[in-house]
Every structure is written in C-alpha cells, then in structure tokens.
Design a protein around this ligand. Sequence first.
Ligand SMILES: NC(=O)C1=CN([C@@H]2O[C@H](COP(=O)(O)OP(=O)(O)OC[C@H]3O[C@@H](n4cnc5c(N)ncnc54)[C@H](O)[C@@H]3O)[C@@H](O)[C@H]2O)C=CC1
Ligand code: BAL
Length: 505
Amino acid sequence: MHEPLTAAEYRAIAKTITLPTSAFIDGAFRPAQSGKTFETKNPATGDLLAEISACDSSDVDFAVTKARAAFEDGRWRLLSPGERKRVLLGFARLLEDHRHELAVLESLDSGKPVRECQTVDVPDTIHTIRWHAELIDKLYDHTAPVGASALTMVVREPIGVVGAVLPWNFPLLMLAWKIGPALAAGCSVIVKPALETTLTTLRVAELAHEAGIPAGVFNVVTGGGKEVGEPIGLHMDIDMVTFTGSTPTGRRFLRYAADSNLKRIVLECGGKNPAVVMDDAEDLDLVAEQVVTGAFWNMGENCSATSRLLVHANIKDDLLARMGAYLREWKTGDPLDPENRIGALVSPTHFAKVKSYLDDLTKDKLVVAHGGETREGVYVEPTIIDGVSPASRLFREEIFGPVLSVTTFNSLSEAITLANDTPYGLAASVYTGSLRKAIRLSREIRAGVVTVNCFGEGDASTPFGGFKESGFGGRDKSIFAHDQYTELKTIWIDVSERSVDETVR
Ligand SMILES: NC(=O)C1=CN([C@@H]2O[C@H](COP(=O)(O)OP(=O)(O)OC[C@H]3O[C@@H](n4cnc5c(N)ncnc54)[C@H](O)[C@@H]3O)[C@@H](O)[C@H]2O)C=CC1
Ligand code: BAL
C-alpha cells in the first residue's frame, strides 16, 4: 500500500498538485486579513512553490473566536467518543486515498526524500490518527473510594482550545502527533505550521473538513513565529499550547503562559542523542547500519537523531570502517527520486547553520571519517567526525543536520558520564551483548526513549518526549498524550440520608 512509486511517477504527480495558499479557518480557506503573503520555495531547486497568507494576531484572534464557538456549542466535543472515532477513521481513510499527493507535497516543501515521505511520514501520520481514534471509545473514567455516602466520579474532559505550534522537520507527522489525541479528546485546535513547511498542514485541514470534522474545530493559521506563534502563546482564550521545536523557542512559550492566562504548555524540544556501543556488541555490521540510519535518515533533521557516537576504544576503527562501507549505499540528490536517501536541507538559512559546523573542521584540525562536503544547493553529505572532545560544540550543540561526532570511552561508567554530559535528554541507543550492561545503560542514561540494539522512536503506543532541556510538561504519542489534552474533574455526589443542613460543614 505504501510502496514507493518511480521518480517519473512522482514528478508527474508534482505537476498536477494544486497548492493551498491561504489560512484555513472555520472550515474555509481565507487570506490573511492584512492581505500580506510570504513566499515558500522548494529547497531542492530554489524554485518558488507558492505565496502563502502571512497571518498576524488579528487572524489568530479570528481563529480563536471560531475555535471557541465550536468548542462551546459542542458540535465536536459533545459527540459520543464512538461518533468522533467514526469521523476520525473516515479522515484517516481520506488521507490514505491521498497518500501519494501528500508524500510529494511534503517532499517538495521540505526537501525530504520522497521515499521516506511515502514509507514513513505518510503511513505513520495515518496510523497515529487511527490509533487515537481507536483509543477514544475504550477509555473509562474512575470513581474514587470515598465510602457509601457519596458517589465520586473522577472524569477527564477536553481541555478546550489548543494551539499546536509545529516544526519543519516532520510537518505531517508532528501535526498528527498533536491533532490525533487533541481531536480524539474533543478539543478544537489552531495549528501554526512552520513558515518553511505549510503545504501539507493546509491540505490535511481541508481533507479533515471533507471527512466531516466540523468547521471551527481544526484551523490552520499560517505565518511567522513572531507574528502568529507569539499571539498564540499570549492569547487569553487558548487553554493549552503543544509545541515541537528548538529549546530557546520552547522557553518562550513558558514565558508567554506566565504572562497571559497560565495556559498549559507541553514542549518537545531539542536533543543531542548518543549511541553507546560497547566492545561486546554482537553484530557490528548491524550496529553500523543502525547508527548510520539513526544519524542520517531525514538528513539528521530530527530531534531524536543519533548525533553522538560513543564507542569503546577497542572497536572504534572497525565500526567506523563498517559504517563508511554501509554509507556508500546512501545516495544524495533530487528528493523526488526514490533512489536517493539524502535530500536537500530545509532552507538556505538552515544549510548555513549546518555548514558553520563543517567550517570548524579544518580550523580545529578534526579527522573527517566520512563526508564533510556540501554540494551545490542546500545538500550536505553525511559526515562522520572522529576524535570529538566533550568540550567541543560538535559534541554539545544540536546541529540538526547529517553530522555525527565520534568520541571513545574505555569503561561503562565513562560511557554513562559522556552520554549524560549535555543539557539534553531526549533519546539514546545502546548496543551490547550483555543484558546486565543493557539494563544499567538504559536506566542510567537520562533520556525519554532508550533503544537497545536498535535505533527508533517506538510506535504510536509508546510515549515520546525528553528529560532535562529536551522537554516539558508531557509526552506525545500513546495513551499518555491523552492526559495533555484533557483536564481532570472531580464530581462529588452526596447520596447520604442526611439533611441539607447536615451536609454543609
Ligand atoms: N525539536 C525539534 O524537533 C526541532 C528542533 N529544531 C531546532 O531549532 C533550530 C532552529 O529552527 P527553527 O525553525 O528556527 O526552530 P523554532 O523552534 O524557532 O521553530 C519552531 C516553531 O516555533 C515557531 N516560532 C519561532 N519563533 C517563535 C516565537 N518567537 N514565538 C512563537 N513561536 C515561534 C516557528 O515559527 C515554528 O513554527 C534548528 O536548527 C534545530 O536545531 C527545529 C525544528 C524542530
Ligand atoms: N523524531 C520525531 C520528532 C521530532 O523530530 O521532533
């Protein structure tokens, strides 16, 4: 079903797609009230794709009014969970029907290899929507053990109007991680996609409306962080913001909440994720494939990318040789060609950031074990840098590109210290043939996801989010995401024989 097409087929689809250009509010596409637009380009070619509405606080206010009205009149919230599930499953089917179009749109807008859009982003997006749809009519509320004189219900209710502020690295999937549980819970949402990648979000909102999600429940306000993200953060009538992006911008949302209505804030921020390879790892070819994939899929534009290889000194040279051999299978080039595993970085601005780390290599006389070059346009070859010291910015800063640093250790405790030696704590992988070491490493590394003898983020059923400066306030995915989008309410019903006077104490 989600097998890739040929490059010719993808290019033919690209020619037929109608690009959305306006914000989507209250069930209709609408230009920004100011009439302003911004350009969105294909990062792989630099060609203009579309002029998109550049919204501001007046558009956010309008969207909040409509989202609030939809929430209050209950057109979505008051449907039974089974009824919301039926509509959401229809929405997922419609996404499936449009899977090739969505994969191409995602690739054109972000530079991601269409092969990954088709085999990972689009199917995982659909699966996430389905998973939360299927969950919602299987959740029970609670009663509390208060004795026979009262019935005390502890219920979850949708939190209200949710702002979802999205990054550009997984536009479709991050959208699904937020709207899946929010819509299933009965909330209204206002999505702000990243400036770089608005197109699939707009198309998905249109398809959601077509599937029967009522007007005002799923709105998209397009535009910049300052112009749209900040008004969402500061809005007095938004109940919650869920954010994925950089740690500095995440911090801003905590300030916005403090300066406005104490809205709930959930942050999924950066990472500097280690792969720890012990010298008893069993299959070094497999480890090489996992580390390369963890580091370089999606061009390393991934908050959970493996960005630091911590390897036992005894096996470092052997492992790097195997990684280099495997990387020869990875081709860089046109994202619409499914043979290519490395596409374009998302923008010239981001390319300049990643390149600045490569520029340090000669200055700091570091050993490049693989890659190290850029190509015409915004392409960076997968790069492995050996001998990186824990003090270096290569070791400490989130690069968010295809750059992997290598540092050696000589003992398990040294590996744990190195793994924890950054402000982040999102993800980690450990490779060892010893169960004892696997458990010690996975319990002592401070990260939200630790994978053993593999790389990955789990699936829709497993929570995703970080320790330390990688996250705040909750987890995406899984049954635990439901907690983010709901409030707990206690309803205490007196069922005693006492008079009213006796009950008022
Ligand atoms: N954790 C993750 O998944 C991501 C991490 N990043 C990291 O952040 C770096 C910078 O990328 P950016 O796109 O600039 O990330 P960012 O964190 O600034 O952007 C994420 C979202 O926040 C919005 N935003 C930006 N400034 C805002 C503000 N002042 N108030 C409210 N909303 C605001 C953006 O428009 C976007 O929708 C990357 O190089 C990477 O290291 C970027 C994207 C995703
Ligand atoms: N790895 C998926 C989540 C993210 O990059 O933000």
